[in-house]
Write a protein that binds this ligand. Structure first.
Ligand code: GCU
Length: 753
């Protein structure tokens, strides 16, 4: 029988060693897995985290190798791994998010063996991802196991897959369960299958070739968050009456489809997919997570009321997909084929996709396989990119005929482009109202698309906006306040709710996450678009906007609790509640009672005098906050510029003339403004080429030389809403104060229209 042992304890680690050691390097740093070496430097900004090859080493005594065949299983090593046994290389694996296994050579087992694994996250043009808005933490950041099996066993050699596939097909009240088990050295064996519903056996079969069909009568459906019912399939490999190996997997029975008009349909009923995307990393730990970390994330996602998650931008942990199965979340799973198409990484997209699909085939929660994300930033007319996508799409259909393929397209890519019509269903990432454009452009974009392509299901795979602990009574786009984020999401909720044809919507992002190259919002190294902070400790107001909209459990939430000191005499107070009536009290006196309109958002005007305790009451529930009248704005609420080179009061803004506080679009609308922009581009080119490998300017991993006319045109639509100041910030604060003030002075001489 198989024995599976987790071997996470007692490793030695070095990020300075240059080769696999020949003896146990007990002078290296001792540690336990999971581990990353980028827990700190991958989160503190500057895009300077250590990307290198590092080595992990561990002694494995022969007594541990109890099988006739012994496999090592790695749940994930980022980004490339090489496994050595007693100094000899056993395998190389490229792709940092999927599982892989390797067999230990039975003719090289000593009393004490040395297992060495190199993990390499240094730049590599043949492995995805290389350009993306998140940190590529290096390390063995998920578990390592030893699987000891007899010579005859269920397959362990095929792409890290579980050795068994289950394909339920609904037939009226019943379900036909098509089963295929894969075996090794299995001549003369029988596979015994048992289907369990809880403790009860509901189906059995025997097979000589691993193939079987079991019918479950009166099948209990897996019905999303309403009733995520799972069955268990056990498989035993039997020879001469003896059970040699056994495995088990869970599965769910459901049907789904996507209708271009009605959206997602689960088990025959409309089931609009409304949810979030998830990045997995945590403070200091990076991606080296525990089960508790995954569970905490799922609980928060369930609390917000989501019924779907886009698990971006890579394969997530098995524990997490299991939690999704159990909680009835509909999942979009994807590979990190992202941002920049690399001509030498075609094979890597194929292997990462094969692993994603084969390793996760039995998960009831997964309904969509994502082929790529914003891959056409540099343009969509590269025939190699198109071929890569067509091949991936065909590959997925061959591996799995039961699910749909999708892509997350970047805003700038034209809906007429061949690329966006390759996958079964389509999605777009849109940031109108954040990076550029206004919030209402979202709905309009979808209506235009839907009109032009009425038969193509269209989804919103990303939308969102940053918020830190900054506050204001006058939120504006790009201010990074909690109040603007709330406003933005209220607006987006209204537009989504009116468009049931949008087959899925995923907020970017459920959690703040690390992107070491970022310098935005006053805290470098982070993307702050989360509904919840990076440490999972603070739910921002927009979390409650979704909770009020999506989670039917009665709730009431007073917004802006961290915004106490206010200068105005009358202040706006926002309450989110799914109850029919909300009454607001100020120091115990009723301010007003309001009845719910179309959306669960309530707005009150409150007199701001002295200190006021606010209470929002609804359905026996109360939420409380405090406001205080002050004469001058509390500086703590204003975005800290200490990480920025320039303070707001140093920017001169003469009336009627431009400054760096103006948008690219406005500046470009005048002839002299255009000349200033050319000069600015030359400055950007100069600054961004300092310190790069080949002396060529780089912006977000794109070489400046490769930025062509069509790219500029397509990006212009988005960046024209950016102020010049924001551009400086987004380029990583690489400019000196003098340079910025010089640009400002140049703009100060140009008259506005
Ligand atoms: C992109 C991208 C994300 C990124 C996000 C953002 O469109 O797909 O990976 O984090 O936008 O800018 O926040």
């Amino acid at each position: 029988m198989r024995e599976t042992k987790i071997i996470n304890q007692g490793w030695y680690f070095s990020d300075t060693a240059t080769a696999c050691p020949s003896t146990l390097p007990s002078d290296w740093k001792g540690l336990d897995l999971p581990h990353t070496w980028n827990g700190k430097d991958g989160q503190d900004g500057g895009n300077d985290y250590k990307r290198c090859k590092a080595f992990y080493c561990k002694e494995i005594p022969a007594s541990e190798l109890t099988g006739k065949e012994n496999y090592l299983e790695f749940d994930a090593v980022n980004s490339s791994a090489e496994v050595f046994w007693n100094g000899k290389s056993l395998c190389v694996h490229h792709g940092g998010y999927s599982r892989f296994r390797v067999i230990i050579p039975c003719d090289d087992i000593k009393e004490k063996n040395i297992l060495t694994v190199s993990a390499d996250n240094s730049p590599n043009e043949t492995v995805y991802p290389q350009t993306a808005d998140f940190t590529f933490y290096g390390g063995i950041y998920r578990s390592v196991k030893l699987i000891c099996v007899p010579e005859t066993h269920f397959d362990l050699d095929y792409y890290g897959a579980p050795g068994i596939t289950v394909t339920p097909e609904l037939k009226g009240e019943n379900a036909d369960i098509k089963i295929q088990a894969y075996t090794k050295n299995a001549d003369g064996t029988t596979v015994k299958f048992t289907v369990l519903d809880g403790e009860n056996i509901v189906g059995e079969a025997q097979s000589h070739d691993g193939e079987a069909l079991i019918t479950i009568n009166n099948v209990h459906l897996w019905n999303g968050r309403i009733d995520p019912h799972l069955y268990t399939l056990n498989a035993e490999l039997v020879k001469d009456g003896e059970v040699l190996d056994n495995i088990s997997t869970r599965f769910g029975c459901r049907t789904f489809k996507v209708d271009p008009e009605k959206g997602f349909i689960l088990n025959g009923k409309e089931y609009p997919l409304r949810g979030v995307s998830r990045h997995q990393d945590n403070p200091d730990k990076g991606n080296a997570l525990s089960y508790e970390d995954h569970k905490r994330d799922i609980d928060l996602i369930l609390e917000v009321g989501a019924n779907t998650i886009r698990l971006a931008h890579y394969q997530h942990a098995q524990e997490f997909y299991d939690l999704c199965d159990e909680s009835g979340l509909v999942i979009w799973a994807e590979i990190p084929y992202i941002s920049r198409h690399m001509h030498d990484a075609y094979d890597n997209t194929i292997s990462q996709m094969t692993e994603l699909v084969t390793q996760n085939y039995n998960h009831a929660s997964i309904c969509f396989w994502g082929l790529s994300n914003e891959i056409t930033i540099a343009g969509a007319d590269d025939p190699h990119l198109i071929k890569n996508h067509k091949d991936l799409n065909n590959l997925v259909h061959k591996l799995d005929s039961t699910r749909l393929t999708t892509i997350a397209s970047v805003t700038m890519c034209s809906p007429d482009n061949e690329y966006v019509h390759i996958s079964d269903v389509l999605s777009y990432n849109h940031y109108f109202g954040w990076y550029g454009g206004s919030t209402e452009m979202n709905g309009k974009w979808f209506d235009d698309f839907h009109k032009k392509y009425p038969n193509k299901p269209i989804g919103l795979s990303e939308y969102g906006c940053e918020a830190l602990n900054w506050h204001t009574s006058n939120p504006v786009q790009g201010d990074y306040t909690e109040e603007y984020q709330s406003y933005y999401h209220e607006e987006l909720i209204k537009q989504i709710a009116e468009r049931p044809y949008i087959w899925a919507t995923h907020v970017w992002n459920m959690f703040d996450f690390a992107a070491d190259a970022r310098a935005e919002g006053g805290e470098n190294g982070m993307n702050h678009k989360g509904l919840v902070t990076f440490d999972r400790q603070y739910k921002k107001d927009s979390f409650y906007a979704y909770k009020a909209w999506l989670n039917p459990e009665p709730m009431v939430h007073l917004c802006s609790k961290r915004y106490i000191d206010r200068v105005e005499d009358v202040t706006k107070v926002t309450v989110y509640s799914n109850c029919n009536e909300v009454e607001l009290f100020a120091n115990g006196v009723s301010v007003a009672k309001q009845t719910k309109g179309k959306y669960p958002f309530f707005y009150f005007e409150v007199k701001n005098e002295g200190e006021t305790t606010l209470e929002a009451k609804a359905d026996g529930l109360t939420d409380t906050s405090t406001i205080r009248k002050v004469d001058t704005p509390n500086e703590d609420y204003i975005m800290k510029e200490e990480n920025q080179v320039i303070n707001w009061f140093e920017i001169t803004t003469p009336t009627g003339f431009f400054s760096i506080n103006d948008t690219i679009g406005d500046i470009m609308s005048t002839f002299k403004g255009k000349i200033c922009m050319v000069k600015l581009l030359l400055l950007i080119k100069k600054v961004m080429s300092q310190g790069t490998k080949d002396g060529k300017a780089e912006v977000m991993g794109f070489s400046f030389g490769k930025i062509n006319k069509s790219m500029i045109e397509s990006m212009y639509g988005m960046v024209k809403g950016f102020t010049i100041k924001r551009c400086f910030m987004m380029l990583g604060n690489k400019f000196t104060k003098e340079q910025i003030l010089e640009v400002n002075a140049m703009l100060n001489k140009v008259k506005k229209k």
